[in-house]
Design a protein around this ligand. Structure first.
Ligand code: PRX
Length: 629
């Protein structure tokens, strides 16, 4: 746990007042006034917002709250795909560009709302023709391309529950997620392209579904049209060609499941976070619009991947619900050179740019000359997500990318929250180092283990005190795990982040309170990496900690106890890393492996990672009374 005294190191005095232009493009005026009134009548606030979207049948009640279970827009019927497409066609946006796709080679593809509607509607018909129905699961293992969005939207259109697995995950990680969700179909592509290389997805998907009878179909987007598909496999665009009918949007109950997305926790097994239709739709719609001051003709670019929640909420659903033009990029941020992203901003005149601090720190290392080569004057709002943005990165982002005219919208949220919950709006005073203030109707606090508020500028647990529309509804197949979120600190939702709050109510996020790492904005469970390490035949035991890293925020260090008789060597280290790469994927590979004789444990046998970390980083060791030896 971060000690109070460490806070002084983080405390930032600098404050940036909002610019007049930001106030002009804002969708609400004074935060404090609206926030106060939203607390007085939470349901009225959400009722009004939800009415901006299309419902086949109105709700009878905005919220039904049976702690810790919430139902939003009770009795309401809608369809999120209908709201992303049909509603926008009805509003006259048929010829507006919905998605701009760009890759590392700067090849582009643009789809208008009309074209996207056609592709999604036909692909939805194709899914139905394969026997996929409302409530069936469909796993997507796709590159960050419009085809992923088409598949997601088609599932939502017919009421199938999608579960997107990040294309960087390995066969075993994919299989684990497939086994948990038991999908009727898996949708993949032949490859994804990164750093000039084609990364094979098809072989991984084929391997991952081997012997799983419930997976009836493997749908493959054959990107180079050169694959011989096997029995039971169908080609993505052939399906679209063969199915000419645009499938009507299924009437979904507000509480019908929309998607499952797996995320890391403290155990070795990832959690399938379940989001439902109505609340998620309303939450992502309004946060995309308000939090970025979104305007009708904006070009909006979120650099995340559809494999993560940021891609779901803020590449696909949020922007499309608003009829915006969303840019999707496939590739690395620094390939073929560190200017690629800024060339894209210049070429497409991007107005809103949303990325992660780890990317900013990477660009800082390359220096100002890359962004300086390009005209970034179209940028109006800059966003940050995934980890705390350190003040140095904040200042650089503000000065070099934003030319000191763009506000930086830091957004704190999680896979579980579905939507932004704490942020600094464009027309609000910014304090670099602080994420900002809570979204309307949401009350947050920083408390001790017993739920008592800690004084201002002290460290404690962040808690959310009341339900919000896009909150997770359960953990797929594990309702007890869902209840745990609300039981850690009884009465509140506990995201397991450490935080502190200043006198003005600005929240600073200090990192995770549990054994979860944040490596380059990716959430990785120490237990997942440890079980991947012990999968190596020479490894007897392993413990993993996060070490501060200048670019990635944290990097992984593993302490490994070898089996009796095995000697450490460079080759062994490589082979252990290879095992983790194969079991989880490249993002989880430890940067450092240290061989030790034994690991510090409590008397009940739990590894004391805290002790390893303290020793590694030269911190105070703290209470050792439970140490076994
Ligand atoms: O620790 C917080 C950190 O990322 C965690 C959530 O990870 P994930 O579910 O993968 O979602 C990432 C994208 C929303 C949080 O518990 N985190 C996310 N955003 C921020 C953050 N930490 C500090 N500041 C943020 N803006």
């Amino acid at each position: 746990m971060v000690e109070d005294k460490d806070l002084n190191l983080l405390k930032v005095e600098k404050v940036y007042e909002p610019k007049e232009e930001c106030k002009k493009t804002a969708h609400f005026q004074d935060y404090e006034t609206l926030y106060k009134s939203s607390l007085q009548n939470r349901e009225a606030f959400w009722d009004k917002i939800a009415k901006e979207l299309c419902w086949f049948k109105p709700w009878e009640k905005v919220l039904e709250w049976n702690y810790p279970y919430a139902k939003w827009f009770v009795g309401g019927k809608t369809n999120i795909c209908y709201n992303c497409l049909d509603r926008n066609l009805e509003r006259g946006l048929r010829n507006k560009v919905a998605i701009i796709y760009v890759n590392e080679d700067e090849e582009e593809k643009k789809l208008t709302y009309g074209e996207l509607n056609e592709l999604v509607g036909r692909f939805a018909s194709a899914l139905k023709s394969l026997g996929i129905k409302k409530g069936d699961r469909v796993v997507l293992y796709m590159p960050n391309t419009p085809e992923a969005a088409i598949a997601m939207l088609a599932c939502a259109r017919i009421g199938a529950i999608h579960s997107v697995v990040f294309a960087g995950f390995s066969t075993e990680a994919l299989r684990m997620r497939i086994e948990d969700a038991k999908p009727k179909a898996v949708i993949t592509a032949t490859y994804t392209k990164r750093r000039g290389k084609k990364i094979d997805l098809l072989s991984t998907a084929r391997e991952a579904i081997k012997g799983l009878d419930y997976v009836e179909h493997l749908i493959v987007w054959d990107r180079d049209k050169n694959q011989t598909l096997r029995e039971g496999e169908k080609e993505f665009y052939n399906l679209i060609k063969e199915n000419k009918e645009i499938s009507p949007a299924e009437e979904m109950d507000a509480e019908d499941p929309l998607f499952i997305l797996y995320t890391s926790g403290t155990t070795g097994k990832p959690k399938g976070v379940l989001h439902t239709t109505g609340g998620y739709m309303v939450g992502t719609y309004i946060t995309t619009k308000w939090d970025f001051n979104l305007q009708d003709d904006d070009i909006y670019w979120c650099t995340a991947d559809v494999g993560w929640i940021t891609g779901h909420s803020y590449i696909v659903y949020g922007p499309l619900l608003n009829g915006a033009t969303t840019l999707m990029y496939e590739g690395a941020p620094n390939y073929p050179d560190p200017g690629i992203w800024w060339r894209i901003v210049e070429k497409y005149r991007v107005n809103i740019f949303y990325t992660a601090p780890t990317a900013i720190r990477l660009f800082m290392r390359y220096g100002e000359e890359y962004p300086k080569k390009y005209d970034l004057s179209s940028l109006r709002v800059l966003g940050s997500v995934g980890e705390p943005i350190n003040p140095e990165a904040w200042e650089w982002y503000y000065r070099v990318i934003g030319g000191q005219k763009c506000p930086i919208v830091d957004t704190w949220w999680q896979t579980e929250t579905g939507m932004h919950l704490i942020l600094t709006w464009p027309h609000m005073k910014a304090k670099p180092g602080y994420a900002g203030k809570p979204f309307f109707t949401v009350e947050v606090d920083v408390v001790d283990k017993n739920g008592n508020p800690v004084p201002p500028n002290h460290v404690g647990y962040l808690v959310i005190k009341n339900p919000w529309p896009a909150m997770l509804r359960t953990v797929w197949g594990n309702p007890e795990r869902y209840e745990k979120y609300w039981n850690i600190i009884p009465g509140y939702y506990c995201p397991e982040d450490l935080a502190s709050k200043d006198e003005e109510g600005y929240i600073m996020i200090l990192g995770r309170a549990d054994d979860v790492l944040n490596v380059a904005g990716h959430r990785i469970g120490t237990a997942e990496v440890e079980s991947a390490l012990v999968a190596h035949p020479d490894v007897a035991e392993a413990a993993v900690i996060g070490k501060p890293d200048e670019i990635k925020g944290q990097r992984i260090k593993a302490f490994v106890v070898l089996r009796v008789g095995v000697q450490p060597s460079q080759e062994l280290t490589e082979s252990i890393k290879q095992t983790v790469r194969k079991t989880l994927g490249p993002i989880a590979v430890p940067d450092e492996i240290e061989y030790v004789e034994k690991l510090p444990k409590t008397r009940s046998g739990k590894i004391m990672r805290r002790l390893l970390r303290a020793k590694e980083l030269g911190l105070q060791v703290g209470d050792l009374s439970t140490l076994e030896d």
